[in-house]
Design a protein around this ligand. Sequence first.
Ligand SMILES: Nc1ncnc2c1ncn2[C@@H]1O[C@H](COP(=O)(O)OP(=O)(O)O)[C@@H](O)[C@H]1O
Ligand SMILES: [Mg+2]
Length: 185
Amino acid sequence: MYKETFRILSKRLLKHITKEQKKQYLKDISNRLYQTHWWKNSDVIALTIARDIELDTLPIIEEGWKQGKQIVIPKCYPDNHLMNFYLFTNQHELENVYLDLYEPKEDPKKLVQPNQIDLIIVPGLLFDFQGFRIGYGGGYYDRYLANYPHSKISLAMEQQLVKHVPHDQYDLPVDAVISEKNIYQ
Ligand SMILES: Nc1ncnc2c1ncn2[C@@H]1O[C@H](COP(=O)(O)OP(=O)(O)O)[C@@H](O)[C@H]1O
Ligand SMILES: [Mg+2]
C-alpha cells in the first residue's frame, strides 16, 4: 500500500535523527507553539505521550501544566480503532500498554468529550503543507477528528514535511503544522 511505504520510510528517517537533535528541534518548535493563538487561547489541550522515535511531548505537557492548562491524553481501543481522551494531571497515572506506548488508566471521572477540548495536537510521521498527514496506520485520529469541532494542529521537524502525502476521503488536514522554521497553514 502506498501510505505504508511512506510509514516505513519516515519511521526509518525518525530513527536516524539523534536524541540531541530532536531536543533542539523540540525547543524551537515548542517556543514557536507557545506564541500562537492556538496555544494561548486553549485551556484544554490534547497531546500524546510520545514514542521513542518521536519528539518528546513531556516538556510541552509540563509547560501547559505550569500555565494552568488542562492536558488530556488518548487511550486507544484496538478492537474498534476508537479512542478517548482522559485528563492527565501527573506522570504516575500512566500505564505502559505496549513497548514504548503509554496511555492513561481508564478513569470515568477523567473522561473528556470532544467538544470540551480546545486544541488537539495531532501526532504523525509525515506531513504536507496542506496539513495532510501519515499516521501510524490505525486511523484513530481520522475517526476522532470527524466528530471534533475545534482546533487541530501538528508539530513536525522540517524533515517530516513533504510537498504532498497521499490522502483518502476520510483523512482530515490539520489547521497548521508548526516546524522549527515555520508555521504552515
Ligand atoms: N472516519 C473514519 N471512519 C471509519 N474508518 C476510518 C475513518 N478514518 C479512517 N478510517 C480507517 O482507518 C484506516 C487507517 O487510516 P489511515 O489514514 O491509513 O491511517 P493513519 O491516519 O493512522 O495514517 C483506514 O483503512 C480507514 O478505513
Ligand atoms: Mg489517515
